[in-house]
Design a protein around this ligand. Structure first.
Ligand SMILES: [Zn+2]
Length: 257
């Protein structure tokens, strides 16, 4: 039997040159080596400077280094573009550049500030919708940190595939379930790790709409791999979560991952 591939749909790479860098890993190669040692075969990522950008320079630098890291990784790292509604010009410039390189993933995107946990812009604000409109036009898959307004975007853009990152409460999951263009990655925060939450998510969304994800370098993928194996003993369904659901989504936008 062919070895089961594990694709991590949600990771971030350390931005070593960034002045706000606090990563445990002292280099990108140390982070990649660790990630590989956990059993992950390929990872979608953006950089911490990109995802937590606070200036136009962060958007520029975060995306530039992501493309460099992807090239150096020889196919192990698949880059997602980082965008920030506060800096639409830079964001759209990088979206187009990623598109030119053949990449079709945006995210993880978030709009809150890590220090205050306060959001400067909701996903249904015009400034953010404008970015998503362009993602839809260029046939990107969009991965968004969990917020209630994800369902508004799912409704606004029925042909856009939206990945919600992290397992939220049942109410939200039930609302998400109504939109067939939404998926969920089980990464990070407590939801993917607390006993009972992945089980409940499968009950609500089914295994076909789940993607494996960890939020590395914030979390250790082994913990999430363990949860999936324990919760989903059926190897066909395990394969769907670890790999097939993502490859199917990527194929839908012309990407072979
Ligand atoms: Zn994340």
């Amino acid at each position: 039997m062919e070895k089961m591939r594990i694709l991590d749909s949600h990771t971030h790479m350390p931005s070593i040159r960034w002045k706000k860098n606090t990563d445990f890993f002292k280099s990108v190669s140390a982070a990649v080596d660790y990630l590989k040692s956990t059993g992950v075969d390929k990872a979608i990522f953006n950089t911490w400077q990109g995802v937590l950008s606070e200036t136009p320079e962060d958007v520029d630098e975060g995306n530039k280094e992501a493309l460099e890291m992807a090239a150096q990784s020889k196919g192990f790292l698949y880059p997602g573009v980082s965008m920030n509604p506060d800096f639409p010009e830079e964001s759209l410039k990088w979206l187009v550049r990623f598109h030119e390189f053949g990449f079709r993933w945006a995210g993880e995107l978030l709009t809150y500030k890590i220090e205050t946990l306060k959001s400067t812009c909701k996903y249904n604000d015009p400034a953010f919708v404008k970015l998503i409109e362009k993602c839809a036009e260029l046939k990107f898959i969009v991965q968004l940190h969990v917020e209630p307004e994800i369902v508004d975007l799912a409704q606004m853009f029925p042909k856009l595939t939206i990945i919600c990152s992290h397992i939220a409460d049942d109410d939200f999951l039930n609302r998400l379930a109504r939109f067939n263009n939404t998926y969920l990655d089980i990464s990070g925060m407590g939801g993917g790790l607390h006993i009972g939450r992945l089980e409940k998510t499968i009950e609500i969304l089914g295994t076909d709409r789940l993607l494996f994800g960890s939020d590395f370098t914030g979390y250790d993928p082994q913990a999430f791999i363990g949860r999936v194996k324990k919760t989903v003993p059926d190897t066909k369904k395990q394969n769907d979560i670890f790999c097939n659901n993502l490859t199917r989504l990527m194929a839908s936008v012309g990407v072979n991952i």
